[in-house]
Ligand binder design. Sequence first.
Ligand SMILES: Nc1ncnc2c1ncn2[C@@H]1O[C@H](COP(=O)(O)OP(=O)(O)O)[C@@H](O)[C@H]1O
Ligand SMILES: [Mg+2]
Length: 364
Amino acid sequence: MLMRARSSAIAPEIGSIALQNIQKRYGAFTAVDQVSLSVAPGEFISLLGPSGSGKTTTLMMIAGFEFPTSGEVLVDGRDITHLPPHRRELGVIFQNYALFPHMTVAENVAYPLRMRRVGKAELETRVRRVLDQVHLGNLASRYPHQMSGGQQQRVAIARALVFDPPVLLLDEPLGALDRKLREHLRNEIKTLHTEVAKTMIYVTHDQDEALAMSDRVAVMHEGQIRQVSAPQDIYRRPADLFVASFVGEVNLIPVKLSSGDILGPEGQSLLAAHCPTTDGDATLCVRPENLHLEVAARETSSGIKGHVTGSTFVGDATIFELRTESGLQLTSKILNVTQPKTIPAVGDACVAKWQPQDATVLTK
Ligand SMILES: Nc1ncnc2c1ncn2[C@@H]1O[C@H](COP(=O)(O)OP(=O)(O)O)[C@@H](O)[C@H]1O
Ligand SMILES: [Mg+2]
């Protein structure tokens, strides 16, 4: 995974958000369940989760388009829970752009300033500046239908930035775009975040996007936040099985914890640096890139024994499938940079191994 410096050029002093036990019920159904989250000024935080996990509802309660059944929303310590959207001064960007079709790009972007009765000269200066920021200076007189999806989304971003809100809320803004463009705009938004030094809350179901863009990621499932951590920690130290499985690929190995031992499917002793001290059934998690295959291992070799059942060349890596003696299916990913001494072949007997620090045992 690429690491990048995450500090902003200018550290802003405003734009903190606090969600305090917010809950949203629709009849008997709880869409958002006791969510608490503190976001620092200038932070880029993602709400990451599958469809229906409550991301949009959470964001809309911050924006003011939905109101919580209980709990509070604070901006810079001020309770805004019951304020209408236009009195919150937060920039909002939706997946479907939501541009006015009968207005030019410049008119779309000027709209929030007109609503605020900003004078003509200042309005024109600010529209020009923000259009330059999103690289649309030369398209100011076009209409939305004359632009690509990526360009339209840039207009939406410009319109949200133009009145200089301390916080931008983005709901799957790249969801309608193809993969290459998504990756390109992802980088543009990240650069913009550094330039404008604003708090950004970014909703996505795309784990790569969340890991690549965020200072911190909040993983949501069934209306709850399951973990809030830096991307590296979400990936390396998932807090529960949902986070481990939703973010990245993972091998899940059923184990028994007994007086400090981790017992594998065939009763063998396994290693994991991160393990609870309680006894009982649990799951050992190890990522495919950390699962190594040892061909023709000695009888005494520790690990999990099995047979290679498949290998797939995917360019940068080869993915090996392993079937263990107890019938588990495991996946090992070996980068094609350096070839291991013995390349496993389909049918080979081998032992799957990992470094203790790369394994986490979870009980839920
Ligand atoms: N107005 C509504 N009435 C009833 N249920 C709703 C309403 N809005 C959202 N939901 C439900 O709340 C859950 C969370 O929705 P949402 O926040 O849109 O999820 P996400 O953005 O993570 O896909 C879903 O099960 C959805 O069907
Ligand atoms: Mg949504």
